[in-house]
Ligand binder design. Structure first.
Ligand code: ADP
Ligand code: MG
Length: 331
């Protein structure tokens, strides 16, 4: 069998059987933004890890090394945010080709430390090896949460409001600018969102402490893909209103200027690292107020429905099915 036929998520499903030999200490293993293990009667430990491979996830010619360091921590912080937890300790493993300059590595670690400092995370260990060709960075993060506050992908219920904590699309445009070497007024801001995303930990904590949301995920694979994960795990579907998907003016101007399909970029390309959640209608206004009074965003984009799959309602009222797909390695 070829990996291509299985896809990234098919591969992960294949790994799942027989992974838990002491299931009593594990609340959730494979299947969400973090795994959730019991640490004390009312506290849980959140564990997450992300692997960044040169040539696959980043190109050292396209990203300044300090931002690569920041991003490698940020994507893990975002997974902790998506569960409603607080990050605590980080482990960093790195495989280094012998052509890598020490100054580059110094800058990568400077970036990691600055991001860790901003979010109160200790860097407590890791591993270092040689690599035959590409730079490989793996960050593992340990976080903590109150058990009753943890938000899973699997909790969405019919009629929930689907919301985002920030605009999507800027990161996709930023990536496009880097890959196509485009010049555009205001491009720095778009590129910055791609290279230096802000994990929505503050938003995640507010949503968790409000205890109203039913489910949450971070938008790493793309809006459609990540909403697809929530729907698949929750056994529901969703309808998203195209006109309500929050995007920045700069993003819309960029798409117009280069004739790009703004909806496709905003829904099927990821790495915005905002949070996507679902909340029952009667709690949505309270949650919105809590987020907005803390200077955070709350954008209603649609509804959870019984019928599986994701549908997009266009501005003219017509509805079409969209693929619940975003980034998928091997696909
Ligand atoms: P995210 O995009 O939030 O980082 P992923 O889609 O990478 O999440 O992973 C989904 C789930 O599969 C997570 O629970 C993750 O821990 C698990 N997972 C991914 N790859 C592997 C692997 N090679 N072995 C075991 N578990 C994995
Ligand atoms: Mg995630």
């Amino acid at each position: 069998m070829k990996l291509k036929d299985l896809g990234e998520f098919g591969f992960i499903d294949r790994i799942r059987p027989e992974t838990l030999v002491r299931p009593e200490s594990v609340i959730l293993g494979i299947g969400d933004d973090c795994s959730v293990c019991r640490s004390s009667p009312d506290r849980v430990t959140l564990l997450t890890t992300d692997l960044l491979v040169g040539g696959v996830h980043f190109h050292l010619e396209k990203i300044p090394p300090d931002l690569l360091g920041r991003k490698s921590i940020a994507v893990n912080l975002s997974d902790i945010a998506a569960m409603g937890g607080f990050p605590k300790q980080a482990l960093v493993s790195i495989a280094i080709p012998d052509t890598t300059r020490v100054e580059t590595l110094d800058a990568i670690y400077e970036g990691m430390k600055s991001m860790a400092r901003e979010f109160d995370v200790n860097l407590v260990g890791g591993d270092t090896t040689a690599s035959p060709e590409h730079l490989v960075i793996n960050v593992a993060l340990v976080g903590e949460a109150r058990e009753e506050e943890v938000l899973y992908r699997s909790g969405a219920l019919k009629d929930d409001v689907v919301f985002l904590t920030g605009p999507v699309g800027d990161s996709a445009a930023g990536l496009d600018i880097l890959l196509e070497n485009r010049s555009f007024d205001g491009k720095d801001s778009l590129v910055q969102t791609h290279l230096n995303p802000r994990p929505h930990l503050k938003e995640g904590r507010i949503i968790a402490t409000q205890k109203a949301a039913h489910s949450m995920i971070d938008v790493s694979d793309g809006l459609a893909g990540d909403l697809g994960h929530v729907c698949a795990r929750s056994g529901v579907g969703a309808i998203v209103e195209e006109a309500r998907i929050p995007t920045t003016e700069l993003f819309r101007a960029y798409c117009e200027r280069f004739g790009l399909d703004a909806t496709r970029l905003a829904t099927h390309v990821g790495e915005d690292y905002v949070l996507l959640g679902t909340v029952p209608e009667n709690s949505a206004a309270t949650l919105e107020k809590a987020l907005e009074s803390a200077g955070c965003g709350f954008y209603r984009i649609g509804r959870i429905v019984e019928e599986p799959g994701i549908r997009l309602t266009a501005r003219d009222g017509s509805t079409r099915k969209i693929k619940p797909s975003g980034w998928n390695h091997f696909a």
